[in-house]
Write a protein that binds this ligand. Structure first.
Ligand code: CAA
Length: 259
């Protein structure tokens, strides 16, 4: 029984909706586990041809990893958090043998943008805001963001997003190639479904092989994922991490000691 994820399968399309609206759909451990279970079930289910990932409510796709859950972690636990995420969810989605479309319906921040970037295609609603705010918490992205963002938008733009920790709007994301289309929120799911239906007309076997081939082309940089996991864990041993996450939870601006 899923608590934080709603799954519906209809005419070949599986909809996975992250559903923790009070926490802006932030990814806690259980939510990640439920996403993993859903994808595992879709793999050999012939009724599933395409998957759409979205967030519930009108405000957020996913506002990131759940900060409350890791605020007390040490370096080892931080590394483990990132590693588990990579292995059980983010890499699984990227390598999933059927097309995965992210319908970004609002804030997609940190782990939320990383989730959207693991999907093969992204469509955003006009109100969507995307960013990697981790450095404002004394962290770096730990769910593949340091690798997938530069792959999608280039290093210069990715560094600006990482260093500024600022959000970009849907129009800028479209300009950058971070999302393929921008539509009104009312028609976001319908647009994603139409795209899914158009994909389904083509060979599911061929699409799976295309996913494998495209991903193989990125393998040259695969060591980057390992560096990210380790570096993410290293952040947890810093005073900046303690200050950044505490400031977020206390709803104040951080003053980083720089150590
Ligand atoms: N983790 C835990 N709780 C979160 C959260 C998160 N990532 N994002 C939002 N929430 C919670 C808030 O704490 C708040 O809870 P309370 O009502 O209990 O106070 C609730 O969701 C609503 O959020 P806000 O009151 O902050 O809503 P807002 O409209 O004022 O701001 C926002 C919206 C700009 C998205 C803001 O919530 C925000 O900045 N969220 C954090 C974004 C972030 O830093 N994400 C990165 C997380 S780190 C990460 O993802 C690491 C990784 O790569 C693995």
């Amino acid at each position: 029984m899923m608590e934080h994820v709603i799954v519906e399968i209809n005419e070949g399309i599986a909809l996975v909706m992250i559903n923790r609206p009070k926490q802006l759909n932030a990814l806690n451990k259980q939510t990640l586990e439920e996403i993993a279970v859903a994808f595992e079930a879709f793999r050999d289910n012939n009724d599933v041809k395409v998957v759409i990932l979205t967030g519930s409510g009108e405000k957020a796709f996913v506002a990131g990893a759940d900060i409350k859950e890791f605020v007390d972690f040490n370096g080892e636990q931080g590394t483990e958090l990132a590693k588990t995420g990579h292995m059980t969810v983010f890499n699984i989605i990227e390598e999933f043998p059927k097309p995965v479309i992210a319908a970004v319906n609002g804030f997609a921040l940190g782990g939320g943008l990383e989730l959207a970037m693991s999907a093969h295609v992204r469509i955003a609603s006009t109100n969507a805001r995307m960013g990697l705010p981790e450095t404002s918490l004394g962290l770096i992205p730990g769910y593949g963001g340091t690798q997938r963002l530069p792959q999608l938008i280039g290093k210069g733009r990715a560094f600006e997003m990482l260093f500024s920790a600022k959000m970009i709007d849907a129009e800028t994301a479209l300009n950058y190639g971070l999302v393929n289309h921008v539509v009104a929120q009312e028609v976001l799911l319908e647009t994603a479904q139409k795209m899914a239906s158009s994909f389904m007309k083509n060979s599911i076997v061929a699409m799976g092989l295309a996913i494998e081939a495209v991903n193989a082309g990125m393998l040259e940089g695969a060591i980057g994922y390992d560096v990210e996991v380790q570096a993410f864990g290293d952040c947890f041993e810093t005073e900046d991490f303690k200050e950044g996450t505490t400031a977020f939870l206390e709803k104040r601006k951080p003053t980083f000691p720089g150590a």
